[in-house]
Design a binder for this molecule. Structure first.
Ligand SMILES: [Zn+2]
Length: 453
């Protein structure tokens, strides 16, 4: 009997040892590369019905290979506020970007800029560790921080629409990119395409693989132009911005060495703000009647609405799959981590299909999150909020978490447990506020078009 006990004990020790050594076999990179891909306004309530119909096969693959979440967002669900929370790990009270605009002296309203941020963003923290980041089009990044790496601010594409649509001098907007050398590179890249190769609205649509919604609108509603729909009357500008966002991303994917790349896209958010006009007319009339009655919308009706809206949004998401595939393959080769997320979803309210200005009883609609990488659990649902992204990047990069940060690392997404330490991160560089009145006017027009202000 005793001998049997000894044999069992040895057997158990061997099993436990094998278990731990198997766990240790998951190799995690000491200095991992990280990709953060922001898709404004994307939500599972539109993506999941499409996956079910076999339509977004790459989103399906990503979800199956990731730790994913219905990413919790916060009210007021303003994109500029939330994307700043994502990049800092802090609530708006701490990071200081609390709205689209603030009142300056003489009662003039101006857009919030990078100069109003009170805490460091993840790329500044990385820079102070000697790590190089590429930051592309992220909200509230003008004037860009002087970091190790490159920052193409959110104002860059606005500036380019001024240069290419309104014949403004490109030299006037040099400070929208840091370092300036990359402003010149980005400008030349776009000039070659837009001017030398004569790429216009139609060619951009072809490249982005989306239908001509202006034409569809005119046909469907028998109208001569699309002026009745503010976003459509400004649609060429949004298409240019989307085109610029993609071209700059591919440029940096090919060219640069970096530790982290953050990229932001305004689509599908912009499209979802007016997408319902392309739904079946009789159904839309029924929904509009219900909204006009101001009664709360039953969950069943919202589900049905989103299922019917998803094929309308499909082309916008389908094209983004191509870009996600290019990043996914690169990240896989480099043993890197890939984080795909949105800032919020949309919901059907008495005001319409939206995400801001919601009635008090409605919580902020959830966004999406997918984390992929060397030791990330697959097909695994995790609980997470927009505040948890920066702490998670620090955690998987083996760097101390911010002592005052409001978010927590999403430990449950990873198979290997990292050591947790803390550090107080402070803003080291103060960015001087710069104002370009022309650009501010454009931003205000843009915000009015979407109905944000
Ligand atoms: Zn948004």
């Amino acid at each position: 009997m005793k001998r049997i006990n000894v044999i069992i004990a040895i057997f158990l020790v061997v099993i436990i040892f094998m278990g731990t050594s198997c766990k240790n076999k998951i190799k995690i990179p000491k200095n991992p590369k990280v990709y953060v891909i922001g898709i404004d306004g994307a939500d599972w309530d539109i993506i999941d019905p499409l996956i079910k119909q076999g339509k977004l096969s790459f989103f399906k693959k990503l979800k199956e290979e990731s730790s994913w979440s219905r990413l919790k967002s916060f009210r007021p669900t303003l994109s500029a506020v939330i994307w700043t929370s994502i990049a800092t790990g802090d609530t708006m009270i701490k990071h200081g970007i609390v709205d689209w605009l603030f009142v300056k002296e003489n009662n003039i309203k101006v857009p919030y800029s990078n100069a109003e941020k009170r805490v460091p963003s993840i790329w500044e923290i990385f820079s102070n560790f000697g790590k190089k980041s590429i930051v592309l089009h992220w909200y509230v990044t003008y004037p860009p921080d002087h970091i190790k790496g490159v920052m193409v601010s959110d104002i860059f594409s606005v500036a380019m629409s001024e240069v290419f649509f309104n014949n403004k001098d490109y030299k006037d907007f040099k400070d929208t990119v840091y370092p300036e050398l990359y402003y010149n590179k980005m400008y030349r890249l776009l000039k070659k395409e837009l001017t030398d190769n004569n790429i216009g609205y139609k060619e951009m649509l072809k490249y982005l693989e989306i239908p001509d919604y202006i034409e569809i609108y005119k046909k469907t509603y028998n109208e001569e132009n699309a002026k009745r729909i503010p976003i459509l009357s400004n649609w060429r500008m949004y298409i240019l911005k989307d085109y610029i966002a993609e071209k700059t991303l591919y440029y940096f994917l090919r060219k640069s060495k970096f530790d982290m790349l953050l990229w932001y896209s305004r689509m599908p958010d912009v499209f979802k703000h007016f997408a319902s006009i392309f739904m079946d007319k009789t159904y839309l009339e029924k929904i509009n009647k219900l909204l006009a009655s101001k009664k709360p919308i039953p969950e069943k009706t919202e589900k049905e609405f989103e299922a019917k809206l998803s094929p309308v949004v499909e082309p916008i998401l389908k094209h983004k799959e191509k870009l996600l595939k290019a990043i996914y393959e690169k990240a896989k080769k480099e043993n890197a981590y890939l984080i795909i997320l949105s800032d919020h979803g949309f919901t059907l309210t008495t005001k319409g299909y939206d995400h801001h200005g919601l009635e008090k009883r409605i919580k902020a609609p959830d966004g999406i999150l997918m984390i992929l990488g060397p030791d990330v659990k697959k097909n695994h649902e995790v609980k997470a909020s927009v505040l948890d992204i920066t702490p998670t990047i620090l955690y998987l990069s083996n760097k101390p978490l911010g002592k005052d940060m409001d978010g927590k690392p999403i430990i449950d997404a990873f198979q290997v447990r990292r050591k947790i330490t803390f550090k107080k991160y402070k803003k080291k560089q103060k960015i001087k506020k710069k104002e370009n009145k022309e650009i501010n006017k454009k931003i205000m027009k843009d915000l009015k078009t979407i109905g944000y202000i």
